[in-house]
Design a protein around this ligand. Structure first.
Ligand code: NAD
Length: 482
């Protein structure tokens, strides 16, 4: 196998046959491409679906023991390869190496968690109205599913989709982001090594328009699970909805952290910094709006600015607090939004440019704006970078209204010692995740995850026990024995 083979179809590695050349760059040293290879052609995408369809019948009927053996083995292999996987991840995505190690470790945990469910995920036995009839439900795999993933958690996100799809007996076409194909390839190589039968997972790497459209519109695909931007997610949802197959899309966010006057201001500042600048602000759950009561706004703003200015920035391999943006496009978007915020009248308190002396990588300073108003674009649109806007309120209801005044509804947080206020926030906030005295980022794999409004199709949650619902059909059985 050479470095140009990024397609895995029916158990064979192959070079892509499209004319698109995918160039992967280390965002810390983008001048020398890390790898370059041709993307998959439409025919290869069709071949991948055919390979999954051919393998699906046997895998659909495999026993839980057969499936969990592969997934447990994979978890062990991920741990054994933790260092090289983490280095690959940092090389193409840019995040600090300790974060990459953490994400790789989490991938192993995810496969173990869902491997154990292979044996227990099941239907229900329901009391029957007729004593002669046994009533129960059974769950069966969808068959063939397409998994489409973004670049920002490039091993964790594919892992929770793959683990759930495979443990329920589905065959897969996996299309990773073209920004992070190396970690996807490494993961699939480990699946192969773990003993997954040929064709059960197929990797196609290529552009959304060539490969993505082919796999989402193919008749043999029985379900699509997507994570990425709202724009792409809504486009795919419309295509898939017209085919009447299950679709799940988790998309962008504009997540608020609301701070009441009784909050521990130091803890709130720490949460804002972790949420806004962790992962260079490139998390769907990143804190992008700090909505603070006017009585504590000055104190909190000072604490946030002081902490932001103390963050170290550098190449991910040096394990700084914050690495570079993933790509030149993302960097440019960050700077565009910084300009827009200034023009709209927000006050730049810190950051806003490239860190001094760091001209080569895709670096941007942690950036904080005050005097942000809810109608400004900086308060409405997802920047997906280390840019935090501070908005003030005087009444709690007004704070909640501001928090809800966006199209998105993914994650949210409130900082307060008043649990009645926290309950009211939980009831009224329009977000799929609510953190009380926490960060908007971060989740536990045993908890369901997903957004509301433009952040999600709200069809099925991912992770947690409920993740199975998406990957299975439920049949309702009435059995009257002769
Ligand atoms: P993106 O929408 O550009 O791409 C996501 C994936 O979709 C990629 O693999 C891409 O190649 C593919 N794609 C593009 N066009 C397609 C098409 N026509 N058909 C099929 N696939 C197609 O998103 P991105 O830039 O990779 O990721 C960043 C975005 O993802 C942000 O908006 C972020 O908030 C969101 N995100 C959401 C979650 C969540 O769980 N809600 C998690 C991580 C990231």
């Amino acid at each position: 196998m050479t470095d140009r083979q990024y397609q895995y179809i029916g158990g064979d590695w192959a070079e892509g046959k499209s004319s698109d050349e995918i160039v992967v760059r280390d965002p810390a040293t983008p001048d020398d491409p890390a790898v370059s290879f041709p993307g998959a052609s439409q025919q290869q995408a069709r071949d991948a679906v055919a390979a999954a369809a051919a393998a699906s019948e046997e895998w659909n009927r495999s026993t839980p023991e057969e499936r969990d053996a592969v997934l447990y083995e994979l978890a062990d292999l991920i741990e054994a390869n933790q260092d090289s996987l983490a280095e690959t991840l940092t090389t193409e995505e840019g995040k600090p190496i300790s974060s990459s190690r953490g994400e790789v470790g989490r991938a192993a945990e995810i496969f173990r968690f869902f491997a154990s469910y292979s044996r227990t995920a099941t239907g229900d036995t329901v009391p029957s109205s007729d004593p002669e009839t046994f009533t129960y439900t059974v769950r069966q795999p969808l068959g063939v599913v397409a998994l489409i993933t973004p670049w920002n958690f490039p091993i964790a996100t594919p892992s929770w989709k793959l683990a759930t799809a495979l443990s329920t007996g589905n065959a897969v076409i996996f299309k990773p982001s073209s920004e992070t194909p190396m970690i996807a390839k490494h993961l699939v190589e480990l699946l192969e090594e773990a003993g997954l039968p040929d064709g059960v997972v197929n990797l196609v790497t290529g552009s959304g328009s060539t490969v993505g459209d082919e796999i989402t519109t193919h008749d043999a695909v029985n379900g699509v699970s997507f994570t990425g931007s709202t724009e792409t997610g809504q486009y795919i949802s419309e295509t898939v909805a017209s085919r009447g197959i299950p679709m799940q899309a988790e998309m962008g966010g504009k997540n608020p952290l609301v701070v009441l006057p009784d909050a521990d201001i130091g803890a709130a500042a720490d949460a804002a910094i972790a949420g806004a600048f962790g992962g260079t602000g490139q998390a769907c759950t990143a804190t992008s709006r700090l909505i603070v009561h006017e009585d504590v706004a000055a104190e909190l703003t000072d604490a946030v600015v002081e902490r932001a200015e103390a963050l170290s920035i550098g190449p991910g391999m040096e394990d700084p607090d914050m690495g570079p943006a993933v790509s030149a496009e993302e960097l440019e978007t960050n700077f565009d939004y910084i300009e827009i915020a200034k023009q709209e009248g927000a006050t730049l308190l810190t950051g806003g440019g490239r860190p001094e002396g760091m001209e080569t990588g895709y670096y941007v300073e942690p950036t904080v704006f005050a005097d942000v108003e809810s109608e400004m674009r900086i308060a409405q649109e997802e920047v997906f970078g280390p840019v935090l806007g501070i908005l003030e309120f005087s009444e709690f209801d007004e704070g909640i209204d501001i928090a809800n005044d966006v199209a998105f509804g993914l994650s949210s947080a409130i900082h307060t010692e008043d649990m009645a206020a926290a309950r009211k926030f939980t009831r009224e906030i329009e977000a799929g995740v609510v953190k009380i005295n926490g960060t908007t980022t971060g989740s536990q794999i045993q908890m369901p995850f997903g957004g509301m409004k433009a952040s999600s199709t709200e069809t099925h949650k991912e992770m947690g026990q409920h993740a199975y619902d998406f990957y299975t059909h439920e049949k309702v059985v009435y059995r009257s024995d002769p």
